[in-house]
Design a binder for this molecule. Structure first.
Ligand code: ZN
Length: 390
């Protein structure tokens, strides 16, 4: 039987690897950075730009936010998130769990699921593995994430163990409900595609906080259920960077080599390069657009805040090495002026540049892996971004 996604490693350099991930809607070169489209839109960046200039092949949608507003029934009635939003390339949806555990007034966590109050209007809601799979089928994303529990980053061994055991049981329930929904054709995004099943793919999530032994246990339990790809969850939640890198370094090479490895919610440009080095293939993070809204610009020489007075008469582009349409046209002085004047296009332009920088970085990462020069690239990139290139 055909699989929902096709995945091939095309080059390997140490633990770093390039691959081709084919879904029913697009072909994605990995390592890949996925822009986050929380509310069915990447904040401040039109799909036209994402498609034509930035050439993003896959973006994220947030189950929690879309479930609360406009609601699953409206999206299903309008044909799913692809048809509703007009984004016709790949979508990955999260399970909603992370937002429930971090944004809401949590009422009750049981074996069955989580009861909480909506952060919008206080309505009582219930999320479980089954409900999450049902919402994600209605959204019709190419990649569905299992519903997991996200314990606090500093949780001790016993709390973390209990949590990952619950996550493992929820992974089985997610798998079962997901399979039923595919059988009964509840997936709004179904699309016939040569060599593929046309159905959604399901990724499992490895938890275990900073405890390496528990990470191993969680990985074993997750692989036992069997998924199309595997994610590392519960990192970048306030722990030290060294802990994150240690967990990734320990875990990524042990994850199935014949499936994509996805590090959830990470990270800065340095984090991306350091994690590719340790074997990760997929990333997502809100920081390019979140920073863009407040004037934070990522460049090959480190991050700068365009609102800073030093840029008042600076005629240079944000990043002299960037070829994006913002850097080709506008000066730092003009962009700073737009922020000072509260012009909405300021946030739009910096968000655009930031995404261009992230996607371009991943393109350079892939190129250097293919040439067998990733180690040199990594050192040069990190030196330059940390201002140590002389
Ligand atoms: Zn640029």
């Amino acid at each position: 039987m055909n699989k929902p996604i096709d995945w091939k490693v095309t080059a390997q350099d140490g633990n770093a690897r390039t691959g081709i991930l084919r879904t029913r809607r697009s072909t994605i070169e990995t390592p890949v950075f996925m822009p986050v489209g929380t509310q069915g839109t990447v904040k401040g960046v039109r799909f036209e730009w994402l498609e034509e200039e930035l050439d993003a092949r896959i973006i994220l949608g947030n189950t929690y936010h879309l479930w609360l507003r406009p609601g699953t029934e409206i999206i299903r009635k309008l044909g799913g998130l692809h048809k509703f939003s007009t984004w016709n390339r790949s979508l990955l949806t999260d399970s909603g769990g992370f937002q429930v555990f971090s944004l809401t007034d949590l009422r009750k966590l049981t074996e069955e699921g989580v009861e909480f109050r909506s952060h919008i209007d206080g309505t009582k809601m219930f999320l479980s593995p089954e409900v999450s799979m049902e919402i994600q089928a209605a959204l019709g994303s190419e990649i569905v994430m299992v519903f997991d529990e996200c314990p606090p980053g500093d949780a001790g061994v016993e709390v973390t163990r209990k949590s990952l055991e619950l996550t493992a049981r929820w992974a089985r329930r997610s798998r079962q409900r997901f399979d039923e929904l595919q059988q009964s054709k509840q997936d709004t995004g179904f699309l016939e595609s040569p060599g593929l099943s046309g159905r959604q793919a399901l990724f499992g999530i490895v938890q275990g906080a900073g405890h390496l032994g528990l990470r191993d246990e969680s990985l074993e339990k997750t692989v036992e259920v069997g998924f199309d790809g595997y994610a590392i969850g519960g990192l970048s939640v306030g722990e030290e960077k060294s802990v994150m890198y240690e967990v990734v370094e320990h875990l990524a090479p042990k994850m199935p080599a014949d499936a994509p490895r996805y590090l959830m919610g990470v990270g800065t440009p340095e984090d991306l390069v350091e994690s590719v080095y340790r074997g990760v293939d997929m990333f997502d993070c809100v920081i390019p657009t979140r920073n863009g809204r407040t004037g934070g610009a990522f460049t090959s020489r480190g991050k700068l805040n365009i609102r800073n007075a030093v840029f008042a008469d600076d005629e240079l582009p944000i990043d002299e090495d960037c070829l994006c349409s913002v850097c080709r046209r506008y000066s730092r002085a003009y962009l700073r002026h737009l922020y000072q004047a509260n012009e909405m296009v300021a946030a739009i332009l910096i968000s655009h540049h930031n995404l261009a920088f992230f996607l371009d970085t991943m393109k350079n990462v892939r190129q250097s892996i293919k040439l067998g020069e990733f180690d040199k690239f990594r050192h040069d990139f990190l030196d330059k971004i940390r201002g140590e290139d002389g």
